[in-house]
Design a protein around this ligand. Structure first.
Ligand code: ATP
Ligand code: MG
Length: 255
């Protein structure tokens, strides 16, 4: 009860302006609010696509995995509590991630992209009870074999969440982060047996959300094996979505 009240209060305050520089394509009107979710199995390229979306359309990128890893890195009580779940490829308990994300959402503006949250029905229901249905949900549908290969050569700069792939997207200097020059490492949960567990968890707990969003009429799916090939389609889709969100608002004002 208390935690759900906390959640309501937190999500209802998602109205502050945010400091990101907007960078819209010149032919596009800027939607004043836009709330989107990116779904996809671990290693499906959510991070890569999400980063491009956020940069192109001026959305805030909210990454539940990065928020949890930050807690681990700072060795907080919560960080210690989630370590066993993360390292075994399980989801952290709903109550815990919901309260963490609600705190995070207090600081965001009206235009955002959620990456890694929601991941279960209770999370989705809480989110939409408080902020209403999002404007769109992007799903990246990538074959599991491709994912397993990708994760094998994935490295991460832990502090920032910047991700590299030694084959497709290597750092400028081997094993060093492009921005800070600090070492990059493998995520402990990227070991093959943990990846298998994460994929299984995804199938069982997160994939069913696709139907929920399909029924709500906000789901758009993208299939493929390479983020660079998928990206132009995502961009084109979001441009159209934002333009129509804006013209709907203008029509409502006129009526
Ligand atoms: P990738 O980063 O390759 O997309 P992923 O989506 O599985 O893979 P993260 O989003 O970084 O990885 O999450 C890492 C771990 O953090 C998850 O395996 C899970 O244990 C925990 N986690 C992140 N988000 C949630 C969530 N919404 N609910 C429960 N657990 C979560
Ligand atoms: Mg990710």
């Amino acid at each position: 009860m208390i935690s759900s009240l906390f959640f309501i209060l937190s999500f209802s305050s998602v109205v502050q302006a945010h400091p990101l520089t907007l960078n819209f394509p010149s032919n596009m009107s800027a939607a004043s609010t836009f709330r989107t979710i990116i779904l996809g199995a671990p290693g499906s390229g959510k991070g890569t696509i999400a980063e491009r979306v956020c940069k192109t359309f001026g959305l805030q990128h909210i990454v539940s995995g990065d928020i949890l890893r930050k807690q681990q890195q700072e060795n907080t009580e919560l960080g210690k509590e989630v370590t066993n779940y993360i390292s075994s490829g399980a989801l952290v308990p709903d109550e815990l991630i919901i309260s963490l994300m609600s705190k995070e959402m207090k600081t965001v503006g009206p235009k955002w992209l959620l990456d890694g949250f929601p991941r279960t029905f209770p999370q989705a229901e809480k989110l939409h009870k408080e902020v209403g249905m999002v404007d769109s949900v992007i799903n990246l549908d990538i074959p599991f074999d491709v994912i397993r290969k990708r994760i094998e050569s994935r490295y991460i700069h832990f502090a920032s969440g910047r991700t590299y792939n030694l084959e497709f997207n290597p750092p400028k200097v081997p094993f060093k982060d492009d921005v800070t020059g600090e070492p990059i490492t493998r995520r402990p949960d990227d070991e093959p047996e943990v990846v298998m567990a994460r994929l299984k968890t995804y199938r069982e707990r997160t994939e069913p959300l696709l139907d929920y969003y399909r029924k709500a009429g906000v789901l758009k799916e993208f299939q493929g094996t390479e983020s660079n090939v998928i990206w132009p389609f995502v961009k084109e889709y979001l441009e159209a979505q934002m333009n129509s969100a804006e013209s709907n608002k203008r029509d409502k004002k006129r009526a």
